[in-house]
Design a protein around this ligand. Structure first.
Ligand code: DQA
Length: 144
């Protein structure tokens, strides 16, 4: 097993910082990557941060995480959280632990955000802390 943690981000998260900052905050994905890299260094981990707007790409990256022996995956599936059985199946298909991450707390938002398919198979979920959700999730990798 390597010390690499994949950090996979789904659709529209490339617009973080500009996109509904009252919900998601003003940090960009690059800002979050910088924060994660600093914390990862302290923890002796390496971050591989990626973003895509395509569902199948997330499935491919989850398979890759397992094939490459990644330590864990932090996954913010964004809107695919609430729609994607393919992502649920991918999380179930790999042995690499997957931590579900959300900036907001979807359970307190519109009803269509209340169910998470990925959450059915994730090792844990960290949500509602803004950018800090990613840091708390990374800290918890060492406890898995
Ligand atoms: C999100 C929550 C989802 O409901 C939403 O579709 C997103 C972002 C979050 O990080 O809070 O795109 O995953």
């Amino acid at each position: 097993m390597s010390n690499t943690v994949y950090v996979l981000n789904g659709p529209n998260l490339n617009l973080l910082g500009l996109r509904e900052p009252e919900i998601y905050g003003s940090d960009t994905l690059d800002d979050i990557a910088d924060m994660l890299e600093d914390r990862a260094r302290e923890l002796g981990l390496t971050i591989d941060m990626r973003q895509t707007n395509h569902e199948g790409m997330l499935v491919d990256w989850l398979h890759e995480a397992q094939a490459e022996g990644a330590r864990a995956v932090l996954l913010n599936p964004a809107a695919y959280t609430h729609t994607s059985i393919a992502l649920l199946d991918a999380v179930k298909a790999i042995r690499t632990p997957v931590i579900e991450v959300h900036l907001s707390d979807p359970a307190t938002r519109e009803p269509f955000r209340h169910h998470s398919y990925v959450g059915e198979a994730a090792a844990r979920t960290v949500k509602g802390l803004g950018a800090r959700s990613y840091l708390v999730a990374l800290d918890s990798v060492t406890e898995l």
